[in-house]
Design a binder for this molecule. Structure first.
Ligand SMILES: Cc1cc2nc3c(=O)[nH]c(=O)nc-3n(C[C@H](O)[C@H](O)[C@H](O)COP(=O)(O)O)c2cc1C
Length: 382
């Protein structure tokens, strides 16, 4: 460690260079290994078909990686609840995005069970649809029924390799047929569309950047993200949910005292500016966009949007394509209204429809898997 510290040379505001052979070894020890364990444990037998399926479901994409699921096991069923301490009230006031995450979760649960010859019978919101925000009532009850005809879903093969990829994408163009196949993975009631048209791509890039600046410039929305950002291995292992910044470069900048939650919150600081610049650089490399909309915006539409979301992300994974959601313009806090209206003007499939998702697609190396809490920590006593 001491040797590595000596090997870090500051080269400017947020820049550092790591030298010396100790650095590579050090960076290996800085990987949050335990927080990534659920990815390798998925599919190992937990001695209960429901737990086996849940071990995949907890890998679902979900806003800010808050992993809001709580599970109660009852007889041959399970009940899914929302942990109300894991909501994002500033950036997601109606809990629409959180509900989409549950849709992703339930779709992976279905796929994992089907892969083992089990059909899931899902009753969404059995005690009624929570509006205008989620409450203590269940999100879904899922019964597990052995069924020789439950057939594996080909998309399931992409569950472990699926990633949210925030990296800049290469210049390699996304082919229209790959985009069509991804769009084809959506579900009934969720209208998916995409574009590789240069003019439209430029328009959507600008919209995404403008919306990100609105979210980051507002204290309460920026702080909501900063408050759940874990910087470096120690914090990630201690709290394996929320946004995570890891890797040797981050560890080095953090060790130099430059990457702190306080600095991320102060406009003149590099950590604040870099958060905008990092996003803008990534968005500028988008050469294809994908989005969905639903005619209505009931909780069940949001669950369907989640199923469509994870299925399209799995399909993108099978195509070798990176997938990066850009949700800011779809958020429902008042200051975002101009960007929200613009997004709906550009993307809604019909008048009055709700745009549920926007993502950029492209080619880039996959990042390591995002942290996950251990399955066992998500199960409550019946
Ligand atoms: C409804 C929803 C909205 C999301 N919005 C964004 C976003 O705007 N920007 C982003 O980088 N990731 C976004 N994500 C991705 C999550 O941050 C990601 O799924 C989570 O951090 C876990 O990482 P993983 O998908 O690699 O497992 C979103 C995910 C969901 C389900």
């Amino acid at each position: 460690m001491a040797q590595t510290r000596r090997a870090i040379l500051k080269t400017g505001a947020a820049g550092v260079v790591i030298l010396g052979s100790g650095a590579a070894a050090w960076s290996l020890t800085r990987a949050p290994v335990e927080a990534r364990e659920p990815w390798s444990k998925a599919g190992t037998s937990f001695g209960d078909a429901r737990l086996d399926a849940l071990s995949y479901a907890i890998l679902a994409p979900n806003p800010h990686n808050m992993q809001p699921w709580r599970i109660r096991l009852d007889d041959d069923a399970l009940t899914v609840f929302c942990d109300l301490a894991r909501l994002l009230p500033q950036t997601d006031p109606p809990n629409r995005q959180i509900t989409i995450g549950f849709g992703c979760f339930l779709e992976l649960l279905r796929q994992a069970a089907a892969n083992k010859g089990i059909r899931t019978e899902t009753t969404a919101f059995p005690e009624g649809e929570p509006q205008p925000i989620l409450d203590g009532r269940p999100i879904a009850v899922v019964r597990f029924v052995k069924d020789a005809e439950a057939s594996p879903d080909p998309l399931f093969a992409a569950t472990i390799a699926r990633r949210t990829n925030r990296r800049p994408f290469s210049e390699r163009a996304v082919g229209p047929s790959a985009l069509d196949r991804i769009i084809g993975a959506s579900v009934n009631g969720v209208v998916a569309a995409g574009t590789t048209d240069n003019g439209r791509v430029a328009e959507l890039r600008q919209m995404a950047k403008d919306a990100w600046e609105i979210e980051w410039a507002l204290d309460r929305t920026r702080r909501e993200s900063i408050n759940v950002t874990r910087i470096g291995k120690r914090e990630i292992e201690a709290k394996p949910f929320g946004l995570s910044l890891d890797g040797p470069m981050i560890e080095a900048i953090a060790a130099a005292g430059m990457m702190t939650p306080e600095n991320m919150d102060i406009p003149e600081k590099a950590a604040y500016e870099q958060s905008i610049a990092f996003y803008n650089r990534a968005v500028e490399t988008a050469s294809a966009f994908l989005w969905t909309s639903t005619a209505e915006n009931r909780r069940t539409d949001q669950l369907a949007a989640g199923a469509a979301w994870v299925r399209m992300q799995q399909a993108a994974t099978l195509e070798g394509l990176a997938f990066h959601p850009l949700s800011q313009a779809l958020q429902e806090f008042p200051e975002m209204a101009p960007a929200y209206d613009r997004a709906h003007e550009l993307l809604a499939h019909q008048q009055g429809a709700t745009v549920q998702m926007l993502a950029r697609l492209g080619y880039a190396d996959a990042p390591p898997p995002a942290p996950r809490e251990a399955l066992i920590s998500k199960i409550d006593a019946a």
